[in-house]
Design a binder for this molecule. Structure first.
Ligand code: NAP
Length: 341
């Protein structure tokens, strides 16, 4: 097993483009812009595209746009050959000044604190998409969304599929459906090629559902079983799919569930971590019958299975937690069943 020992090798692992990523960047003409690039996924996605273009020797601008509260991140991205633009996407004039780009990856969003400032959550998740869709009406847009737009389903359902009706629980999830509807509307009305990228739980080693479970096991804290199962995917694989989904954009907008192939039992994941970390797992709460689960079979048949398997991911996470690897301190709150984040 090749363990990941440092933030540098973690970043390297997530930024390294696959052969399929490189081919996709070569085929995709024009520049790339990542909107909402300052969060957990944007930096590694921008780097992956930069490195894919460089490896193929095709001249492409890769531009990262965010409010960038961290100036250090701006420096790091610039050093890696990524242009940065500081922009509040809620500001219409600032959006109007963004450069034209053929390929748009839309990551901006707001989840946590959604119960304190629902107005800001709705503005971020619906007003920004409207401004972006208007500005980038002639571009391809991969709009990040979430499996939270589905209702909770029975564990034996196999997970929600793209054709299932949405049933978002709580205002965060409802605003994410709003984000989708806005992109759908502009795609339908103006012919903008778009793909709604319904992601369930990316895992970096510094955050993610599996990291949350592993940290609790390691600290001897009980794991809540109210939400008994979940989906997860290595963030590098999620970013690879996002990049390659630019070639899947269509008008009217298409939908793709993006996650790993397994429905992961929270109890079993905790037991695996307990074995790897030499701890006794503790549990709390009544094991529920319903969970937020997506079925990503269509994604896997279209774009191939994730490169990092669940087995490897569990080992990587356990090793990272055991050696005291850094945490972003951003718990996913996967155990929340009422949609209040
Ligand atoms: N990570 C996951 O497991 C996961 C799962 C399901 C769905 N998603 C979706 O995928 C997207 C990317 O995920 P993520 O984990 O990278 O999200 P994230 O950490 O929340 O990053 C989104 C970024 O958008 C930027 N943003 C927010 N409001 C903005 C504004 N007014 N103007 C400019 N930028 C703004 C913020 O960066 P600044 O502070 O620099 O502006 C924020 O860090 C999100 O929309 C999320 O809904 C993620």
């Amino acid at each position: 097993m090749n363990f990941i020992e440092s933030v540098e090798s973690l970043e390297e692992q997530m930024a390294a483009p696959s052969a399929l990523d490189r081919e996709s960047v070569r085929r995709l003409k024009g520049d790339f812009i990542v909107l909402g690039a300052g969060g957990k996924m944007g930096p590694s996605l921008a780097r992956r595209i930069r490195r894919a273009a460089d490896a193929e020797g095709v001249p492409r601008r890769v531009i990262a746009v965010s409010r960038f509260s961290s100036l250090a991140l701006v420096d790091e991205l610039n050093r890696d050959g990524i242009e940065t633009i500081t922009c509040d996407l809620l500001n219409r004039d600032e959006v109007a000044g963004l450069p034209a780009c053929a390929n748009v990856l839309f990551l901006s969003g707001r989840k946590f604190g959604s119960t304190d400032r629902p107005d800001l959550t709705w503005a971020t998740n619906t007003v920004i998409p409207a401004q972006v869709a208007c500005h980038y009406r002639t571009s391809r847009i991969v709009a990040f969304s979430t499996g939270n737009v589905y209702p909770l389903v029975k564990l034996d359902s196999g997970g929600s599929v793209e054709s299932d009706p949405p049933g978002p629980v709580g205002e965060y999830a409802q605003s994410c459906l709003g984000r989708e509807r806005v992109f759908e509307y502009y795609s339908q009305e103006r012919g903008t090629p778009c793909l709604l990228f319904r992601l369930n739980y990316a895992v970096d080693l510094r955050y993610g559902v599996l990291v949350d479970i592993a940290r609790k096991v390691f600290a001897g804290q009980p794991i809540d079983l109210t939400v008994p199962a979940l989906n997860a995917i290595w963030q590098g694989d999620a970013n690879s799919y996002a990049l390659r989904c630019l070639e899947q954009c269509s008008s009217p907008a298409g939908i793709l569930n993006v996650t790993g192939p397994e429905i992961i039992s929270v109890r079993r994941a905790a037991e695996s971590f307990a074995r790897l970390l030499h701890r006794e797992p503790l549990f709390k709460g009544e094991e529920g019958e319903f969970a937020l689960l997506s079925n990503a079979a269509r994604c896997h048949s279209l774009l191939g299975r994730p490169e990092v398997t669940l087995e490897v991911l569990l080992e990587w996470v356990a090793h990272w937690v055991e050696r005291g690897g850094v945490s972003l301190g951003k718990p996913t709150k996967f155990e929340v069943a009422d949609g209040r984040f």
